[in-house]
Design a protein around this ligand. Structure first.
Ligand code: HDD
Length: 689
């Protein structure tokens, strides 16, 4: 971690070292036996006067709080944000104007539908909530890894969440959208169509939190010192690119390592491979708000990057894991209404509803109005006001006056004369009505734009996802309703989905697909790097020590993370007699936990591995999941045993890289194959894994 910032110094006061003293009660009384309750004789009843027993059990009985009603499962980390250049032309927010200032942040990533103990790799949206501890107070950017949302008006949020959560009669399924109630809601609520295209895409299966984009989703408003407003959309772009797992893999990982994304974030930070994102802004002058064929206030729409480019404005690095999951990750209380001067809201009806919901939910979740005093929630800006009392009050305010105005307390705290949050004086007028604007009515054009922008493999994955999800839906009319909606997105898509789920395919298109595309939406156009990729090196006694050593060094030089796997932990003896240290025993891991696979040469090693069903399956499954596979010398024999096609011993075939020696040329070629992430051009349908 870099040197402690102001937030970390503030947290230090609350950090407790259990080794700093002996075991005590909550009252500080030393305890010399915490294993036996106080009783009447060795076999007699427990005595009420055992205050240590009572305190210990009572505290235990009360140690759960309600999980978040959505986004219950998450992981978080601290870090810093720094703006590249002053954005004073657009905003009076100091942290966006002072390029020399580093602003502490806390970020929590989450899934949405699953409960706290659910698996990480389910098909779902991911939350991406960032708190900036600025000198002007906390600014919370509570976004997702998808730029649009399911509904347009927040009053529908309970309906949507009830539909996607486990069904109420039997609480099945956990953390999955593949069930009747969700798709029933979806087919009846066409405004969900665009978001459901994202949900069925690979975006819902991130390889890592570190490899996800983030979006503020709504149109917000920046306001400068002169009071001029500019509409803004916030974007986070990951330095490592946006990458996803394969659907079959996600389901297996959910069992093999339900903490896959959480562990990945934790380990990367512990290893000093700090995750990094660039903040980008799409800026739209107020005068231009009507120039789009959608409404900027409609959260089911993006502003295509080709229409308004994303301006890179700053960088965020996460460099510190929390010390205590509950105290920090569970108790962090984000709120869209936590905003600083220079960043304001718009009339997006989804955003407006959120401004109510977040504060409200923290009251039940954290048990009263004093949750902003919890260490992770405390701003670094000083707090003075007349809010008093309440459960868990920790402030000792030294004042006789808890009202404004007062003379007895010297008028303190005084009203701010400068730097106060001033709401943007937007002019609004209208009748009180329950009515959606006509400009929100088009639910299909951008779903079509998304579909058109996908590469061939992304389209295949979307079709397969719809088929999987609808295939789990028991009610045929629900399947039909979804297909009818999809026919308004793209006729071919609707036909392909219908054919997979036993529904009569629509016989003709209801509207013409204009073929509009936004290349920025495709993951095929993202950044690629071998950095931080986990690479399994399969070995047994008799392995070629040079192959292992050179591959290890070459991959580490590229900031990749190789691990040596063998049937047993400890060491294996290489062909030249050297001992090779094993990172993990093969029975404790699986290919789904790695990005790529390397098989060093050494005939004895390959013979042993070829007899080991787990090793052979490892190879086959890695191939099935389109991963980069490298084989050196005799290693090719293991590929053949695992039925991996490798036409010649020197070729590079769809991510299968073969070489004689682990030299620079081989490492470069293999690292490029790793960086590609997945080799979707492979034909794997017949691979038995
Ligand atoms: Fe929300 C949590 C993101 C719409 C009501 N939301 C929550 C979290 C994220 C989002 C990332 C987890 C925060 C954390 O890590 O603690 N929510 C979004 C986005 C939305 C959105 C990007 C649409 C653009 N949310 C939304 C609506 C409502 C809520 C329309 C209600 C009207 N969201 C909540 C909540 C939660 C929440 C009930 C549950 C736990 C919490 O707030 O702290 O208030």
């Amino acid at each position: 971690m870099t040197s402690p910032d102001e937030k970390q110094r503030q947290l230090d006061v609350h950090r407790v070292d259990p080794c700093a003293g002996v075991l005590t009660t909550d009252q500080g009384i030393p305890v010399d036996d915490t294993d036996n309750s106080l009783r009447m004789g060795e076999r007699g009843p427990t005595l009420m006067e055992d205050f240590h027993f009572r305190e210990k059990i009572t505290h235990f009985d009360h140690e759960r709080i309600p999980e978040r009603v959505v986004h219950a499962r998450g992981a978080g980390a601290y870090g810093h944000f720094q703006v590249y250049q002053s954005l004073a032309d657009y905003t009076s927010a100091e942290f966006l104007r002072d390029a020399s200032a580093s602003t502490p942040v806390f970020v929590r990533f989450s899934t949405v539908a699953g409960s706290r103990g659910s698996a990480d790799t389910v098909r779902d949206v991911r939350g991406f909530a960032t708190r900036f501890y600025t000198n002007q107070g906390n600014f919370d950017l509570v976004g997702n890894n998808m730029p649009v949302f399911f509904i347009q008006d927040g009053i529908k949020f309970p309906d949507f969440v009830h539909a996607v959560k486990p069904e109420p009669h039997n609480e099945i399924p956990q953390a999955s959208s593949a069930h009747d109630t969700l798709w029933d809601f979806v087919q009846l609520q066409p405004e969900t169509t665009h978001m459901m295209m994202w949900m069925m895409s690979d975006r819902a299966l991130p390889r890592s939190f570190r490899m996800m984009q983030g979006f503020g989703v709504h149109t917000f408003r920046l306001v400068n010192d002169a009071g001029v407003g500019t509409f803004v959309k916030f974007h986070w772009k990951p330095r490592l690119g946006t990458h996803s797992l394969v659907w079959d893999e996600t389901q297996k990982v959910a069992g093999k390592d339900p903490d896959f994304n959480r562990r990945d974030l934790w380990e990367a930070i512990e290893a000093g491979q700090y995750p990094e994102w660039e903040l980008g802004l799409q800026l739209v002058p107020e005068a231009d708000q009507d120039r789009f064929d959608f409404d900027l206030l409609d959260a089911t729409k993006i502003i295509p990057e080709e229409q308004v480019p994303v301006l890179p404005v700053g960088r965020m690095i996460l460099d510190r894991n929390p010390d205590n999951f509950f105290a920090e990750v569970e108790q962090v209380a984000f709120h869209l209404g936590n905003s600083v001067p220079g960043i304001d809201f718009t009339d997006d009806p989804l955003l407006q509803a959120r401004l109510f919901s977040y504060l409200d939910t923290q009251l039940i979740r954290l048990g009263g109005p004093n949750f902003p005093q919890l260490p992770v929630n405390r701003p670094i800006a000083p707090v003075h006001n007349h809010q008093v009392d309440g459960y868990h009050q920790t402030e000792i305010t030294k004042s006789r006056t808890t009202y404004h105005p007062n003379s007895l307390g010297g008028g303190c705290p005084a009203l701010a004369e400068a730097g106060a949050y001033v709401h943007y004086p937007e002019h609004v007028a209208g009748d009180k009505i329950r009515k959606r604007a006509g400009s929100f009515a088009d639910h299909y054009s951008q779903a079509t734009l998304f579909w058109n922008s996908m590469s061939a493999w992304e389209k295949e994955h979307i079709v397969a996802a719809f088929r999987f999800e609808l295939g789990k839906v028991e009610h045929r009319h629900v399947r039909e309703g979804v297909v009818a909606n999809l026919n308004r997105v793209d006729h071919d898509l609707a036909v392909m989905v219908a054919e997979g789920v036993g529904v009569e395919p629509p016989d003709r298109a209801v509207s013409e697909n204009q073929g509009l595309r936004s290349p920025a939406l495709s993951q095929a156009n993202t950044t690629h790097s071998p950095a931080t990729r986990k690479i399994a090196i399969l070995v047994a006694d008799g392995v070629d020590a040079d192959d292992v050593e050179m591959a290890w060094a070459g991959l580490c030089d590229l900031a990749a993370n190789p691990e040596i796997l063998a049937a047993r932990d400890g060491t294996v003896r290489a062909a030249d007699g050297a001992l090779v240290k094993v990172t993990r025993a093969l029975p404790t891991v699986d290919s789904v936990l790695y990005d790529a696979l390397l098989i060093p040469g050494g005939m004895d090693s390959i013979r042993t591995l070829s007899q080991d069903g787990k090793a052979v399956y490892f190879v086959t499954e890695a191939f099935k999941h389109y991963k980069a596979i490298g084989a050196l010398g005799d290693g090719v024999e293991l590929l053949l045993t695992a039925r991996v096609p490798c036409e010649d011993r020197h070729g590079h075939h769809e991510g299968v890289v073969i070489g004689e020696r682990s030299d620079g040329v081989f490492i470069k070629e293999f690292a490029d194959a790793v960086a590609t992430h997945r080799h979707y051009e492979r034909e794997v349908a017949a691979v038995p894994a």
